[in-house]
Design a binder for this molecule. Structure first.
Ligand SMILES: [Zn+2]
Length: 74
């Protein structure tokens, strides 16, 4: 697996790591990561510079709503 650059916000980095433990893969773009679900059907984006403090909460919900996310880990 290709080395992934750390997300600058540690709360979001934690979400990414939890997702990776569930089989998601992340690639880093210029302003956001692309998150690829292990099933190949779900694609989410993770911004590098979230514009508001609720972004982390909303990001968790977005992952939680996708069927392949293991919500019990966090
Ligand atoms: Zn999926």
């Amino acid at each position: 697996m290709v080395e992934r650059p750390r997300h600058p916000k540690k709360e979001i980095e934690a979400i990414i790591r939890t997702a990776e433990a569930s089989g998601w893969r992340f690639t880093k773009g210029r302003k956001y990561y692309k998150a690829y679900c292990p099933c190949g059907e779900h694609l989410l984006t993770v911004h590098l510079t979230p514009s508001n403090r609720w972004y982390v909460v909303h990001l968790k919900y977005r992952f939680a709503r996708s069927s392949c996310w293991d919500g019990r880990t966090r």
